[in-house]
Each structure stands twice: as structure tokens, then as C-alpha cells.
Design a protein around this ligand. Structure first.
Ligand code: 6CS
Length: 317
């Protein structure tokens, strides 16, 4: 008789947020198709993003959802998602890319594996939107603004290139830092700006089109390798099921949440940069790409090449 286990799974978000929806789809699929149970831990229950990663590497947790925004120190190549204007802006194309890309589905699992992690899925949560104390439309208007970034050095390079002063902070400190004007802005997808109430303390929303909030779900590799073939298959199927669920859930979520924000606040402004305005930021992307290659060496250069080839293949379909 197969043993019924309880698997512990932590993610970085709150109830009903994208990572939570993914985790629950994974949990339900496992529980419907086996005797195993999955216990989901949300943001704050076990610490910050760095803490849940450490607990997973130590085998205290079996599964973790950590965004590449926090994985830069462990896996420098994961910072590829912070090269601005690399990803297309169209949601369907982005989802196809995550579904089909060799860089995502073959090269990244290898890199995570070197850190004792079985990468099960990478998926997009939404387009990155800047919020600030003023509606910024040019690099000059970013001058002297401290913009919070997730804690990876390449994202700091991006905001320096954009003309701002990057300020890396873990998630738990962002709302307070905006409220006390220690920082003057940050970036996140709309659903998170709504869920975390960021618009209350950083009300000018700017659509720059420079990137996507991407995340990654994985298992402790020793744990995963010790599973029966049947359980490995179960976990892979549950992960695929959760991805398909998210691929349905995320498109349109930003629009819905933006309506909610606008209903709640009459202080909020929405600025969508024109093609010309974007161009001024886009022109600063190559220097960030160069820094990425400097930080990651040959391994990063090869990944970048594959990433671009995969994007090209999707976009020409
Ligand atoms: O900005 C952050 O740190 C957080 N943003 C999202 C969309 N998810 C978790 C992450 O910690």
C-alpha cells in the first residue's frame, strides 16, 4: 500500500493571489489523485522569500514558489527576466513562450538542479507596472527617485539605467517604506498593487511595457528524486494542471484589478507610455543586457541566446 504523505509548500503571496491560486490548483490535483495531502503556507507564515527558499534547500519544506527577483544571488542566470524590453508585451505570446521555450523548460531546470532544486514550472503573473509619487514619463523624471526593486543586482542595473536610484528591499518592507517616503516608487503587476494596497501609498501607475513578473515553482531535489515513479508523475501532472489553470486565470486579471483600484481611489492616475516615450527607456536596455552577460559569463550568454531564439520562434508563429 502506498504511503500517504503530507507535503509542505510555501509561496510568497496572500490568499487569492496568483501564486496562491497556483498552489491550490496543485494541492487539489494531488489530493484528488492520491492519498497525499499538501499544506500551503502563504507570505509571512514562514518568513520572507529568502527564508522559504532556505527551508526548502534544507528539506524542511518539500515545495516552494520563489520568484527569480529573489533568486539572483543563488542562480545569477535567473536575472535574465530583468533585462528590460526583452519580453513581448502581448499576454498570449508570453504564455506560449513559457509553454514552449527550451530556455525555460530545459536550460533553467539544469541551473536550478545545480542548487539542489527540481524546477517544476516557471510562469508569468502579470505585466510590470511602475508606481511612483509622480507620473513618470521620461528617464529625467526618475532623477533622485528611490525606486524599490526586488533583491537582485540586475534589477538595480535596470533602474539605474532608467535614471532612478534603485533600492533593493524584501517584500515585507515595501508598504511602510512608501508610506514614510523612504522610497518614492516600486514596480509590480496590477493584481499585486491592488492586493497589497500599494496604490494607497504610491498612486501614480505607469505602464512602461518593460517586463513581466515571472515566478518559479520547484521542489527540494533530494525529496523529489526519492519519490516513486508514480508520485513523480503525479507531481508533474499536478504542476501542469496548475499551469493551465493560471494560463486561464492571469489574462484579464490586471484589467479587472485596475477597475477595482479606480473604484476605490480617486487619487490614482494611470499613464500608458506612448511608443516614443517607451523608446527613451528601451534605448537603455542594451547596457543592462551587457551587465547580465558580465555577471553570468558563458553560461548566461548561452542562456540569453537560447531565450532570444525561443522568443523569435514564438513571435514568428
Ligand atoms: O514585490 C514583491 O516582492 C512581490 N511581488 C509579487 C507579485 N509577488 C511576490 C513578491 O514578493
Amino acid at each position: 500500500v502506498a504511503q500517504a504523505d503530507n507535503w509542505r509548500y510555501a509561496h510568497e503571496e496572500y490568499e487569492g493571489d496568483v501564486q496562491d491560486v497556483f498552489a491550490y490548483a496543485f494541492k487539489e490535483h494531488n489530493e484528488e489523485n492520491s492519498d497525499h495531502t499538501v499544506q500551503v503556507y502563504r507570505f509571512g507564515e514562514l518568513g520572507e522569500s529568502d527564508d522559504i527558499m532556505e527551508q526548502t534547500q534544507n528539506g524542511i519544506l518539500q515545495f516552494v514558489n520563489q520568484s527569480p527577483g529573489f533568486t539572483g544571488a543563488l542562480i545569477p542566470e535567473a536575472q535574465i527576466f530583468f533585462i528590460p524590453y526583452l519580453m513581448p508585451t502581448d499576454m498570449d505570446t508570453v504564455i506560449e513562450f513559457f509553454r514552449e521555450s527550451k530556455a525555460i523548460n530545459e536550460d533553467f531546470p539544469q541551473l536550478y538542479s545545480e542548487q539542489g532544486l527540481e524546477l517544476l514550472k516557471m510562469y508569468p503573473e502579470g505585466e510590470m507596472v511602475v508606481t511612483a509619487d509622480e507620473p513618470v514619463t521620461t528617464p529625467a523624471e526618475f532623477d533622485n527617485k528611490k525606486i524599490r526593486v526586488m533583491t537582485n543586482p540586475l534589477l538595480s542595473e535596470t533602474y539605474s539605467a532608467f535614471g532612478a536610484t534603485p533600492t533593493p528591499l524584501p517584500w515585507g518592507e515595501v508598504y511602510g517604506a512608501l508610506q514614510t517616503n523612504m522610497i518614492q516608487g516600486q514596480e509590480n503587476p496590477i493584481f499585486w498593487i491592488e492586493s497589497g494596497g500599494l496604490y494607497e501609498v504610491s498612486p501614480n501607475l505607469v505602464f512602461t511595457g518593460h517586463g513581466w513578473f515571472t515566478t518559479a515553482m520547484m521542489a527540494n531535489q533530494e525529496f523529489f528524486n526519492g519519490l516513486s515513479e508514480e508520485d513523480k508523475e503525479l507531481v508533474r501532472n499536478a504542476t501542469d494542471h496548475a499551469f493551465e489553470h493560471i494560463a486561464d486565470y492571469v489574462p484579464g486579471l490586471g484589467e479587472k484589478m485596475l477597475d477595482k483600484i479606480l473604484e476605490d481611489s480617486d487619487e490614482v492616475t494611470v499613464t500608458r507610455l506612448t511608443k516614443e516615450q517607451r523608446q527613451a527607456f528601451r534605448e537603455r536596455a542594451p547596457q543592462v543586457e551587457e551587465r547580465f552577460v558580465e555577471m553570468t559569463g558563458e553560461s548566461g550568454a548561452k542562456l540569453l541566446e537560447q531565450f532570444k531564439a525561443d522568443l523569435q520562434a514564438i513571435e514568428s508563429e
